[in-house]
Ligand binder design. Structure first.
Ligand code: URA
Length: 285
């Protein structure tokens, strides 16, 4: 898109805010009115285009994940050392494909391999400036082999579009490459266990080493906790830059959470986080 003229940029910016169901920040008196309204108890209008998603009922018995024995994670030496010089897009593409073909696709290192349809490696630009990291594949991802293609994925697509990017201009991956779920009926997605995460995450680490993006967007608590090795709450980490091996990390809410808690406050929070990422990687607002 040619966003070189001021009005084109402004239009793109307003469209981006609309994608989040937000009104653009107003100037002068209007802005003061907007601030006063924001302080008043919010009556959140449902967006016409997205149906209301009721919060998932948490059943404390059903969501306790089984603690399955995991075999040792792949040692760091399982992967050839990377050259010190930065890699070309083609080299990155080749290394990612090799990692997938030789290590991930046939992986049987944990129990998740027994119930998966297929692994979900990740996809996007091997030379992306921004990598989005989620928790793990759900049912649609398990069926298609692609990350974030279910309902949460549609919202992630909207978020990426709002940033002025296409999905194939970023990279999207997960901490674990196989679906973690409790057998049904109906099957119910669950967070990966600590063992499953420890076993699978070297693949993500390798993806991040190869891509070496400018910024990582950690989607939700499990991804943020893993990447930053922390036990802090999402609300204390969200919107604050952190660091993973010299790469900037922006923790933000998971799109599935936004769908469950579709408030203006949450959408504005995510949009603010993404704007920080845009500014950092040099994307025009
Ligand atoms: N789909 C994914 O690929 N990852 C998530 O974390 C959620 C949905």
């Amino acid at each position: 898109m040619d966003a070189s003229s001021g009005s084109a940029r402004k239009r793109m910016w307003l469209n981006s805010e609309k994608a989040f169901g937000l009104n653009s920040v107003r100037a002068g008196k209007q802005r003061a009115k907007a601030v006063a309204m924001a302080k008043a108890p919010a009556v959140i209008a449902k967006p016409a285009s997205r149906e209301f998603v009721p919060p998932v009922r948490r059943d404390p018995v059903a969501i306790v994940p089984p603690q399955m024995p995991a075999v040792a994670p792949p040692p760091v030496t399982a992967f050839a050392p990377l050259p010190a010089a930065s890699l070309s897009r083609d080299e990155k593409k080749h290394l990612l494909a090799e990692l997938n073909e030789e290590h991930v696709k046939g992986c049987v290192r944990c129990e998740l391999s027994k119930t998966r349809t297929q692994t979900v490696f990740g996809e996007g630009d091997p030379d992306a400036s921004i990598v989005f990291v989620g928790e793990g594949p759900g049912g649609t991802e398990d069926a298609t082999g692609r990350p974030f293609v279910g309902r949460a994925g549609q919202l992630l697509d909207d978020m990426i579009k709002a940033m002025g990017l296409r999905r194939d201009q970023v990279y999207i991956a997960n901490i674990v490459k196989c679906r973690a779920f409790l057998q049904g009926p109906p099957p119910k997605d669950r967070p990966p266990t600590t063992d499953e995460t420890a076993t699978c995450s070297p693949y993500l680490v390798r993806q991040l080493e190869i891509i070496h993006p400018k910024a990582i967007v950690a989607l939700g608590l499990p991804a943020t906790k893993y990447i930053l090795s922390t036990n802090q709450s999402m609300s204390s980490m969200r919107g604050r830059w952190a660091d993973w091996r010299g790469i900037k990390v922006m923790p933000t809410y998971h799109p599935a959470y936004i769908l469950r808690a579709y408030t203006e406050e949450n959408r504005r929070a995510v949009w603010n986080d993404l704007q920080q990422v845009m500014a950092y990687v040099g994307l025009k607002k």
